[in-house]
Write a new protein. Structure first.
Length: 407
């Protein structure tokens, strides 16, 4: 048997030492990597599916919309259910099961020769994604100290945004260089890797798992106000994704794709640089500030008559948007016991899909009735609603925890 390369031979003992000396950090890294693999797989299919539906399947734009949006139906339903199971059976089993479901979705892509089978694949994907996201986010919170839970949620979100940023690039390169089948293989293989990683990670001791399960509530009280705030904020995301290119083109500016890219980079960079803000400043003040920033940035884009002005607005929106999820999620986890954390986070994250799912049609109707600038002004008003909801929230546990972290 040949010897291992020196660098690999040195890396394995280092990995083992990390697992022994800092098991929480090792497990957190594993959860991040598993989620990253899963969301790269999701992102890889995004730019390829429309071309596949319109090209090889020779179907309509309506079919494109149905295929792309189908996953949200099962995702919304499965997030709270996955959280419930994660509270009763553990985070690992839910994340592994969700990743395996995503792998099945990739396998269905491989054998799909009709819109109907693609829709089935997307429905399976939605169920798997809901389970992976909910279990992963809850697991990240479990592994973090109480005064760093906001940071843990923000950094976990980097796996999601990183995957959705890298995936489309990988998917389009594979489609152009090899073909559709290579993309579908990637969407099946990466979730399998995620399941393999997660299956080897240790979970924190969870004595509360033995508590009898109460009645299932789809949207627990702790998730409702922060969830509604998140849904309102996501109208802005839907406006950017669907109409920033058309808005700037109508103004004779162009560069809409660059504006969305700058927004994504701002979200990613802010999550890195500002990850400790919700823990240090408090969840509620951070959420209020984030909502106001998103509203300001969307208003700047609505009023933009030059590309630099629109890019500045995208940066402001990105900074605000990046802080909304961890701060609102911190409100949720601070208002529930540990044995209800998965259920609450699952319900809360379902509002993300609800906001995007409703935001697109709302933005479309607004554009047809009042023009593209009105889309972004409406989204800005919704973001102001986010700030109002966050400001009126009363979460003593979150305030106490934030005060403890500052002490």
């Amino acid at each position: 048997m040949s010897a291992l390369p020196p660098k690999l031979a040195a890396w394995r003992p280092a990995r083992a030492r990390l697992a022994r000396t800092n098991p929480g950090l090792a497990a957190s890294t594993g959860v991040f990597l598993a989620a990253l693999c899963a969301f790269v797989a999701i992102g890889a299919a995004l730019p390829v599916l429309p071309a596949y539906v319109r090209g090889p399947l020779r179907s309509s734009d309506l079919a494109v919309g149905i295929v792309v949006g189908a996953f949200a139906l099962t995702s919304v339903v499965c997030r709270p259910l996955a959280g419930r199971v994660a509270d009763r059976r553990g985070r690992r089993v839910v994340l592994v099961t969700g990743a395996l479901a995503m792998a099945v979705s990739g396998a269905l892509y491989l054998v799909s020769h009709s819109v109907l089978t693609l829709v089935l694949a997307r429905l399976v994907l939605g169920a798997g994604e809901g389970a992976v996201y909910t279990a992963g986010a809850t697991w990240a919170v479990d592994l973090a100290p109480a005064h760093r839970r906001g940071m843990a949620l923000g950094l976990f979100g980097l796996a999601v945004w990183g995957g959705l940023a890298l995936g489309p690039v990988a998917g389009e390169l594979l489609r152009a260089g090899v073909g559709y089948q290579a993309v579908w293989l990637l969407t099946a293989a990466l979730p399998l890797a995620a399941a393999a990683i997660a299956s080897r990670l240790p979970e924190p001791t969870r004595a509360f798992a033995e508590r009898p399960a109460g009645a299932f509530v789809m949207f627990p009280a702790a998730a409702r106000r922060p969830g509604l705030a998140l849904a309102l904020a996501n109208i802005g995301y839907a406006a950017l994704a669907g109409f920033v290119v058309l808005h700037l083109r109508a103004r004779g500016i162009g560069g809409g794709a660059a504006v969305f890219t700058v927004f994504a980079v701002a979200v990613f960079g802010s999550r890195l640089l500002l990850s400790r803000v919700p823990d240090r400043a408090g969840a509620r003040p951070t959420a209020v500030a984030a909502g106001l920033l998103e509203a300001l940035g969307l208003a700047l884009i609505a009023l933009a008559h030059s590309l630099p002005f629109a890019l500045a607005g995208a940066v402001v929106v990105g900074v605000g948007f990046s802080m909304l999820f961890p701060s609102l999620a911190l409100m949720v986890v601070g208002d529930v016991a540990a044995d209800r954390r998965g259920s609450a986070l699952g319900a809360f994250t379902a509002f993300f899909d609800i906001g995007v799912g409703l935001g697109g049609p709302i933005a479309g109707v607004t554009a047809s009735l009042a023009g593209y600038p009105a889309v972004f002004l409406l989204a800005a008003a919704a973001a102001l609603g986010t700030a109002v909801l966050a400001a009126s929230a009363d979460h003593p546990a979150v305030r106490a925890r934030s005060a403890q972290s500052l002490a």
